[in-house]
Design a protein around this ligand. Sequence first.
Ligand code: BGC
Length: 440
Amino acid sequence: MESIFFPSDFLFGTATAALQIEGGDTNNNWYRWAQQGHIKDNTSPLRANDHWKRFKEDIELLAELGVQTHRMGLEWSRIEPEPGRFSQEGIDHYAEEISLLKKHNIRPLVTLYHFSHPLWFEDKGGWENEESISDFLRYVRFIVEKLKPLVSDWVTINEPNVLLSYGYVLGTWPPGKQDSQAMIQTAKNLVLAHLKGYMAIHELYQGEKETPLVGVAHHLRIFSPLHLLSPLDHFAAALNDFVFQGIFLEGMGRGRFLPPLGSGYPLGRGRFQDFLGINYYSRDKIQFTWNPQELFAKRLVAKNAPTNNLGWEIYPKGISLLARRLWKTYRLPIFITENGTCDREDVFRPQFIYDHLKEVASLIASGIPIQRYYHWTFIDNFEWIEGESAPFGLFANDYQTQKRTWRKSAEFYQEICKKKAITEKMIQKYLNTEAYKPLS
Ligand code: BGC
């Protein structure tokens, strides 16, 4: 293993989402989903990390970790608890949290929507209802107007494709549907919400000193054919790639609707992002089948591939394959808005970090403008339907006492942030090439 170095203006950060860490809110769709018994370990986002109350302590920890930037989410239901009624407490809270990050020289990247929304929005039909777009815009305009003195980097929507797959195809996330018509309608609304949100944010900064940076955090995966010699498997992999990610990259990035969303440019041609956000975790092997449902739902793991605790393949090269492709197509700066892994014992996470950062460093060396890396995630948290049982954190969390503990990975990341490098000494101290376990 060789040392790796990053440019001095490269930013290292951590990423979180409001619902996954804050706790204490009952006015959102995920609290209800948990109440209805859908979480595997019967936990609820009501507890999470109690970050809402402990944010000062957590920001101290982030400062000690030495991150230069932090991606955090806002909980819409705390800001707009009823349609059109905004909560001063909610706004003040986020303004205080962001000010504290800035006091520690941590640059905020703020996500406006990360899978959770107010119950009133859910009860109107959520993103499937066309009114969702104007509801979202009202919230965006309001909060951006309030926070723009503190924030200039925004993610409008996190992973629309993941929301649609689980919420409208598999039905394991709220609203629990398995309905392709509803899925297509919802996808269109999410794309339009981003496009209009992007324009609204830029409009709100007109005349301001800062120009905002606005983008989407796209969940991107590698889809590869199970059998390399099978043309049908190649076709199936390409189809998965197109449906799961291609239509969102084009839709949200260029305002271009592709089937099954439609065709053409509903809001005109343009560029609707200032950076490309990549959330990268894994690769799927795809096998062709005539069963249309299985064609998109059956994702396999390569034979003997290393996997994490959730059985996801660890495939660092994927980050390079995706970034190269995106750079070629969109020619925009890239932020790795999420990358991390579920490792209960923290045995392979340091190696995971090294292997992915090595890809990032070599992309930069070859001229691809990757500017930031956000590790998912700062602390073990409420991992959607996995509940509290899937730890992705640099820090461990004891949910009973809410005590945060440094993992070896956190110490490693601290050194990375400080040195903007992984040196020979760090390799010896933290890494272990034997750490990965193949799927048994
Ligand atoms: C999501 C996070 C999630 C992480 C790990 C991403 O898809 O944006 O909210 O916790 O993956 O599953």
